[in-house]
Design a protein around this ligand. Sequence first.
Ligand code: 13P
Ligand code: SF4
Length: 331
Amino acid sequence: MYIKEEWLKSGFVNEPIPADIDIKAEILKLKEEKNAIIMAHFYQTNEIQDIADFVGDSLALAQEAAKTDADMIVLAGVNFMGETAKILSPDKLVLIPDLNAGCSLADSCPADEFEAFKKQYPDHKVLTYVNTTAEIKALSDVVVTSTNAKAIVDSFPADEKIIFGPDRNLGNYLNSISGRNMVLWDGACHVHEKFSVEKIIELKTDYPDALVLAHPECKQPLLVLADFVGSTAALLNFTKSSTATTFIVATESGILHQMELSNPQKTFIPAPPNDSTCACNDCEYMKLNSLEKLYNSLKFEWPTVEVDDELRKKAVLPINEMLRISAENKL
Ligand code: 13P
Ligand code: SF4
């Protein structure tokens, strides 16, 4: 956890939460008092999703951060989401309940190595997934999320040379559905790479009518087997429009909450990971956030997300380009 010196001096870093308070009521009160908006990603715990003002995928969180009139944004998600919100709304106070909420995919792409990689392809456009640091975004032409990636790739002329990073699985998938040959950075998400194709096939014998839904960060054999591939928002929408009643869901388990709320009569089965002894369907970074940390964050207005102004000015350009192409495509 990154702890600023003034937080330590003020003594509130280790402030215990009084046992007798109604934490949900206090969060709602603080939120009103401070004109704050609580934004949560679909991978957050059910209780955080339920108390949030806005729940969405990475694109929706960025779009909301760009337009909210709140004075304060509490981003219950991971660091790159808080950073994107700060880049888009530099004058607002952006808080993230736990600064240790990193992302293995963002970590798989260090800025100095990516810069050297980019230099090998000087005539290529650079498309990067939003799951990156601000430094990587500053090296990019356009940022994408899994909701708008296909539309953004398609917006380039067919013969445009493109580098895509950092997710090799999403990059491979985009190449296969767009007929491109983008040069791929070799990064991945540890949660999405752990789903077991063999166990999903076994599960299908018990639930022959179940449809397999997969996030494009999953490995190629799973994406080939899946009945539908899409971002968290696309997967959720699919469950609403499909006539199927049972779904095997290959992405982080937090998304099941909104699927169940929207479709109380349907059955959702988390896809089994390779290792049945681990809680591998949970992203441990996403799940670092808790109601207690959300409460402290609002109360003490920390930890704050900070982005150096020079860096911000560079990183905002490819994010704005993403928002522009998304709006053009009504995404
Ligand atoms: P979405 O943009 O589809 O919500 O994905 C975010 C993410 O971190 C997937 O692992
Ligand atoms: Fe990053 Fe994977 Fe967690 Fe998404 S699920 S935030 S890509 S580590």
